[in-house]
Design a protein around this ligand. Structure first.
Ligand SMILES: Cc1cc2nc3c(=O)[nH]c(=O)nc-3n(C[C@H](O)[C@H](O)[C@H](O)COP(=O)(O)OP(=O)(O)OC[C@H]3O[C@@H](n4cnc5c(N)ncnc54)[C@H](O)[C@@H]3O)c2cc1C
Length: 803
């Protein structure tokens, strides 16, 4: 037993051991791991061990590729066999939609630098002889995928960590986490107390209960996951692994037989009420009834399974999360970190995950953009086990399904609704969901005014309505009213608030009361952590407005930098509704409703004032995300209905319509307004992202400034492209090729109804970001010509915004 370590990792599965290994490998040897039983005795020992790398984003795929890089060499490094077999993987397309999905994935892989070849059904069968080619339209071969022995791999990581000085304590159960002043101080175990600066909760399915010891909710549930192992029939163990998403099943070779598992449509949650304290090295009872439909589907792909002898049906619990991605990062308790919820790809992901976590702990941020995995993406609604369960259940049951762009999840809805939700429904709203909020995508009532001939080709046209174009045009020609109540609002107040924010923001925000500033908050590497507007409400009070999904993250980033309690950060999202009235006629519509002077001279662009709209007190903020004249009107929530009704009534004679988020997306693309999380991430600098105008290098010190200075001129920049075919829309991550070579990847795109063009944004080498450069974009296996454009495409003089 030890009484002190810099970091204590809880959990001796693949996750905990990988984090320990990487902490030690990156130079922190004063680290310890505590495991209540033996290493690998949680979910790890019963894993099927498949390692697939392709995910839907660069960062996630890169993390998986880092795993494979490690697995290739680890055995030799620590002198222990890991069972790594780089046999490749096959992913079958046995429907048209799955073939289209493969074409899309092949394009992603190209930009991620991951080898992937599209091959025929016969070629696939020559590599995986027992499969039938019935209905197979094609397959993707990923030669660097494979499988591994999960327990051996974990033991090898543990040995690698020990060799670098880390301590591993088995049969040591964590019974408490000591937290003082909201900071972790020690972990208490049944063998004694270990003082520490950091705790990493890598407790797998037990991570929820371990989190509670520190007062932290980890939103995951255990799902019973099953696979069968067949008796050897002489199959080669060097066959690639095989996935057939249309049949919801996967296979790999195992000692001359097969492992066959899958994702049932009727998932089975386990241990929701608590997990037995001795549930280690144990499995659940096989559930043949639940497995039968999968097994039948598997037989239709691998007919010899019908006669195969099943040696065993493994049924083991695995931690799944409400969106199917890992939960990583520091919690609201300083020093208490989480790395759990691996959703049946913990073996594939852990090698890279351990590296990411170790970098994050040691350097303060990881080298990859971890937003998709960041624990701060979950709001307080996930404290509910029941809500967590229904969201997770949906993810599990639809794991292998093709998700079209614009696909909306259904489980657990509606949860958070705007004060004028009933009005939206009456207007025929097509609702989407973001972070639990019901938000209007478009109003079907506007569809008649739209143009069906602008429907995009292919997938982009599936979940689409002519109403989107109608709302877009109304906003450009007259006005549109958008409900933005879900936007996250954070109030930062206190005597030192101005000084505090100046240290965090790259732009100058400590300006006159009423000034509105668009700014980024950078990390020490100069990457963009937050992208928001700051309104100075008083000498000692600022309102920060950020995206619906980003409030938790941005609030945590800001709080993390508080030195003491002289500055208060408060999430006031629920207090205020927000309606954005934008369009050339916005002033004509709003002016008669208020006694305040809305003229440009008195109420200039990027300024805010308290005004009354009728009897409703509003903070009117003259900003835009669509490139038109107008105001965001923030009112206390109880006034929202009255404000909405009076704005709708006042706008109607001017041709104003209510508009949804899909119209906003199209409008913002034409104006080149960036979206954090896709166009701009934690690994992009504001200069690379074309946001240099919002950086005041000369204002004095701010976080990230030194890194920007060191970086000098960017070698890559975000470029605006217009495709030659207006109906061919990009969906994200498509390759952008110059002279046949993929040099960039689409960050976002869509149709601009005013410029009548298919627009895409992509980072390209800086020398190519010159108007007129010809490139091509890979859209569903076709190369579509495109041109780099001068930005923005619409109203480059910004005349409308400043009208
Ligand atoms: C049937 C099945 C098949 C799978 N197939 C694959 C696959 O093919 N590919 C893939 O990538 N993934 C697969 N997975 C998923 C993979 O096995 C997991 O994601 C991974 O093993 C989880 O590792 P972990 O370290 O998070 O958790 P675990 O391995 O569960 O480790 C957590 C550890 O924490 C310990 N612990 C809990 N409470 C305490 C406490 N209070 N004090 C100290 N220690 C504590 C536990 O004893 C446990 O050892 C599969 C999972 C299942 C169930």
């Amino acid at each position: 037993m030890i009484d002190r370590a810099r970091v204590v990792v809880i959990g001796g599965g693949i996750g905990g051991c990988s984090i320990l290994y990487w902490l030690a490998r990156l130079g922190w040897s004063d680290v310890a791991l505590v495991e209540r039983s033996e290493l690998t005795s949680g979910s790890t020992f019963h894993s099927a061990g498949l390692v697939g790398q392709l995910r839907n984003s660069l960062a996630l795929t890169q993390m998986m590729m880092n795993s494979v890089d490690l697995y290739r060499t680890l055995g030799e490094e620590v002198d222990l066999e890991t069972g790594w077999r780089e046999v490749g993987s096959l992913r079958l397309a046995s429907s048209n939609e799955h073939m289209e999905e493969l074409e899309r994935q092949a394009a992603w892989a190209e930009t991620f630098g991951l080898p992937l070849h599209l091959i025929s059904a016969d070629e696939a069968q020559s590599m995986f002889p027992p499969m039938s080619t019935e209905g197979v339209r094609g397959a993707a071969l990923l030669p660097s995928d494979g499988y591994v022995d999960p327990s051996q791999l974990t033991l090898a990581l543990a040995r690698g960590a020990r060799q670098r000085g880390a301590t591993i304590l088995t049969n040591t159960r964590v019974t408490g986490v000591r937290v003082e002043d909201n900071r972790v101080r020690a972990v208490e175990t049944d063998q004694g107390t270990i003082e520490c600066e950091y705790v990493v909760n890598a407790g797998g399915i037990y991570a929820h209960e371990i989190g509670l010891l520190a007062g932290v909710h980890v939103p995951l549930v255990a799902m019973a996951h099953q696979y069968a192992i067949t008796k050897p029939t002489g199959l080669s163990r060097d066959m690639p692994t095989l996935r057939d998403p249309a049949r919801l099943v996967y296979f790999r070779a195992e000692s001359g037989g097969l492992v066959m598992g899958g994702y049932e449509r009727n998932p089975s949650v386990w241990g929701l009420g608590g997990i037995a304290s001795d549930f280690n090295s144990r499995l659940l009872e096989p559930d043949w009834d639940r497995f039968a439909p999968l097994f039948e589907a598997a037989i239709s792909r691998v007919p010899e399974l019908a006669d195969a002898e099943i040696v065993t049906l493994i049924n083991g619990p695995e931690a799944f999360t409400p969106d199917g991605e890992f939960i990583l990062g520091e919690s609201a308790v300083a020093g208490f970190w989480v790395a759990a919820g691996f959703c049946a790809h913990g073996i594939a992901g852990s090698g890279g995950m351990g590296k990411l976590m170790a970098e994050w702990i040691i350097d303060g941020q990881p080298s990859l953009d971890a937003w998709a995995l960041d624990s701060r993406r979950f709001g307080p609604q996930y404290r509910s086990r029941q809500y967590t369960l229904i969201r997770t259940d949906e993810i599990y049951a639809t794991y292998y399904d093709v998700k079209y762009p614009g696909h909306e999840r259904q489980a657990g809805r509606p949860l958070k609704v705007s004060a004028v939700n009933a009005r939206h429904r009456d207007l025929g709203a097509a609702f989407g969901e973001k972070s639990g909020w019901e938000r209007v995508n478009w109003y079907e009532g506007n569809a008649d005014a739209g143009d069906e001939s602008t429907r995009p080709d292919g997938w982009a046209g599936m979940l689409w309505s002519p109403a989107i174009g109608a709302e877009h045009r109304a906003c450009r020609e007259s006005a549109a009213l958008f409900d933005e109540s879900s936007f996250s609002k954070l109030d930062v107040s206190g005597a030192d608030a101005a000084q505090f924010l100046e240290r965090l923001c790259a732009n100058g925000v400590a300006r006159r009361v009423g000034a509105v500033t668009y700014t980024q908050l950078l990390n020490p590497r100069g990457g963009v952590e937050c992208d928001l507007t700051v309104t100075r409400l008083a000498d000692d009070r600022f309102r920060l407005v950020t995206g619906t999904a980003f409030g938790n993250h941005d609030g945590a980033w800001i709080r993390q930098h508080l030195d003491d309690d002289s500055v208060l950060v408060e999430d006031v999202t629920s207090k205020y509704a927000c309606f954005a009235l934008w369009g050339p006629r916005a002033r004509e519509i709003l002016q008669p409703l208020t006694e305040s002077d809305l003229s440009h001279e008195v109420f200039g662009y990027m300024s805010a004032k308290e005004i009354n709209v009728g009897a409703v007190p509003c903070l009117a903020v003259r900003v835009t995300f669509v490139g038109e004249l107008g105001w965001e009107l923030y009112c206390p929530s109880e006034y929202a209905l009255g404000l909405w009704d009076s704005l709708m009534a006042a706008g109607a004679p001017h041709g104003m319509v209510p508009g949804g988020y899909r119209a906003i997306e199209s409008l913002r693309l034409e104006k080149g307004y960036r979206v954090w999380g896709s166009d701009v991430t934690t690994t992009d600098s504001p200069f690379e992202a074309g946001l240099g105008f919002a950086v005041k290098m000369k204002k004095g010190e701010f976080i990230g400034r030194d890194a920007l200075e060191r970086a000098g001129e960017p070698t890559r920049r975000l470029a605006c492209l217009v495709l030659d075919e207006p109906r061919s829309l990009v969906l994200g991550s498509e390759p952008v090729r110059f002279e046949g070579r993929a040099l960039g990847r689409v960050t976002s795109g869509g149709y601009g109804y005013s410029v009548q063009s298919s627009i895409a944004y992509a980072y390209l080498p800086a020398q190519l970001v010159v108007a007129g450069t010809r490139v091509s974009v890979g859209v569903f296996g076709r190369d579509v010509g495109a041109e780099v454009m001068a930005e923005p495409l619409f109203d480059p003089e910004n005349a409308r915004v400043r009208a």
